[in-house]
Design a protein around this ligand. Sequence first.
Ligand code: C5P
Length: 390
Amino acid sequence: MTGGIACYKIAELTRLLTKAGATVQIVMTESATQFITPVTMQALSGRPVYTSQWDARVPNNMAHIDLSREADAIVIAPASTDFLAKLAHGFADDLLSTLCVARDCPLLVVPAMNRQMWQNPATQRNVAQLRADGIETLGPDSGPQACGEIGDGRMLEPEAVYEAIVSFFAPKVLAGRKLLITAGPTFEPLDPVRGITNRSSGKMGFALARAAQQAGAEVHLVAGPVALQTPWGVYREDVQTAQQMYEAVMRAATDADVFIGVAAVADWRVDHVAEHKIKKTAEHRMPTFTFVENPDILASVAALPNPPYCVGFAAESGDLDVHGEEKRARKKVPLLIGNLGPLTFGQDDNEVVLFEAAGRTPLPRAAKQALAQTLVAEIARRLPDQSIIS
Ligand code: C5P
């Protein structure tokens, strides 16, 4: 941690990382201790905090070597203007800068500064140099700043830094691949205030988008109406109806290497959406609707002349083995993921079976995020000309 008002965000980042099972060793510069106390950081990380290069508490009495050798990565957050300059030039005049120079692990920096300091040509030169040296820069964000000004330089929110760190460590089995994913329900209007939808939460599709991004893919997520945060680094396009989802997907499908249809797309829509709210009148106490079929997005993508690798999802209420394989064959997709029971809707975990021409593969019940990582690895293994990096 270096000096900056964003130091308070590292309290939350530390909590997120430790909760996820990481060991967090905090090292603070002298100025960082002016913004938040080492005692706070010690309590949150559950480890002693180091601030001085003369600290003799480490086994070989050389904190700058010991601390960096134990780490899988060093994350400088917040990274001040001054510290970026020091890193770019290899200065080593305090514990933190010395252990960065002495490190044998990856280094990530999370800049946090006033917009003018960020835009300063010297800072930009330093950041370019750090990138050229293989140092990963996370952010900065844009928006209101502690000083009252508005612009680039805000530190990323702790959740975003956490996601970026998790991403950094994920095996890049989808590096260079473009993934198109649909998620959530669709909403088919009846009139300006009413409509038909379903109970899909979007959690599985969003978890897959997140896992694919972490695996190095460029992810385009077409989402129906859901109350979920966009996963870090994912491009999201919001739609309401099946027709809009179809159009968004068809626009992007020719450019995709993989299409995963996770959305619970409405099979039907009303043939005529009422222009005004449908009223109960003495004669018309009960409206009747005529439905027309929505396009089958998955089957349409699979039928393209040069289709991406297509993966379908199926929520069945019974006889999954029969319906799963039948659906895969009917939609002409190489892989279909069948949910065991419709109870998956809205839940945090899921149990699935993979159907493909070669047969069925059941996967054990798991949290949707963990399952998404398994599915990403399973999909990556099946892609043609796969090149695995890391
Ligand atoms: O036929 P069923 O709706 O059960 O098939 C589910 C699979 O087909 C999912 O992958 C879903 O995203 C996709 N689907 C679609 N367009 C539809 C209906 C379903 O892409 N209109």
